[in-house]
Design a protein around this ligand. Sequence first.
Ligand code: AOF
Ligand code: ZN
Length: 418
Amino acid sequence: MNPLGGNGSLPAAPAAGGWQPAVPAANWPEEDRRWMRRALALAGRARGRTTPNPLVGAVLVRDDRVVGEGFHRRAGAPHAEAEALRQAGDRARGATLYVTLEPCCHYGRTPPCSDALIRAGIRRVVAAMVDPDPRVRGRGLAALRAAGVRVEVGLLEEEARRLNAAYLAWNLLGRPLITMKYAMTLDGRIATRRGDARWITGDAARRFVHRLRDRVDLIAVGIGTVLADDPCLTTRLPRGGRDPIRLVIDSQARTPPGARVVRAAAASPAPTWIAVTERAPAHRVRALEAAGAQVLRVPATAEGRVDLAELLVELGRRGIRHVLVEGGAAIHGALLAAGLADHVLAFIAPKLVGGAGAPGPVGGPGVDRMAGALRLHRVRLRRLGDDWLVEGYLRDPATLPLDVFSATAPGVSRAGGP
Ligand code: AOF
Ligand code: ZN
């Protein structure tokens, strides 16, 4: 029995088990940790800019001095290792590379980093994690090892995995990472009984959401939210920011062509997509396309709704790695019922609005018994102005198992710590 959807069984979220650090960070020398922290900080500078590629930082160290460093700035740009090698020039010979992701060994948009590192005479490579990309998965490390480079992996792996949780989700789950976000009053309402929702939270919480939008690839909402609130779904930060793609999940193409989310496409560098089923009336689809939206036709469920699992796979094919779902209650209920929500951000304002008919953040039939409630893991609480943010995971893609050492990388051991 699916506790929220009423049929099927809820895919279990692996709470315990899954990936665990093999080498505790404390077992590595402080110098190694310091350089890897620097590589992680470099990688993080391109947050939200590298999709569909990972965030990667690299630091080349010789005689306790940085001789080159770099990070991957955007898809198609040089890899982090290539940037660091370019900066180091001849000083790379004999150096140690600290890199947040296993160096690649394949020809993609750029040539293999493993070859470039071997040619440059790098003596030791310390990687935070194996690359889950099926073209790599331990082969980059194996190539280095075969060429006589000393290879270690697993330093600050947890931090590296967290940084690339969306990239892990795509490579290991075959769909983007899903963050479900909502704002509610202390009595669990996302609007008053008359539908008024502006604003529930204060400035600090709303700014947080805009910083989040700046980093995700796509914001999705249901058609109910478009009809009720007419949101823009753009990123509005004091110093600009990047708009993610806007997506309306709208089986019957009921989005008004004049809706703000459609009109936003004229001014925003990011497009507006409308996901409809084959049964959406053709004239409404044409009107939306004429207004500048791109319509995605997605298979329908038995009830005639957009099949969310199919939609997410299609989004992944289009290069989307992190999706922020900003409501409404129906979409949240459907995602939970399908076991598709990974990460929850719940903003709580210390306000009471009451009203038996005022809506809550998660729709659908819900569970019958408290024992069937979905439980969040890794829960964190933070204060944003007068509001609170509760964050947690239903499934944490950063802990998905990825054990490649026996199969693909003979000679490279996970326990690299000296
Ligand atoms: C990056 N940046 O710094 C590293 C990556 O599209 P391409 O040809 O750039 O290849 C992307 C793949 O390269 C990616 O999936 C990952 O396996 C590998 N490493 N990618 O974008 C980097 N080191
Ligand atoms: Zn590479």
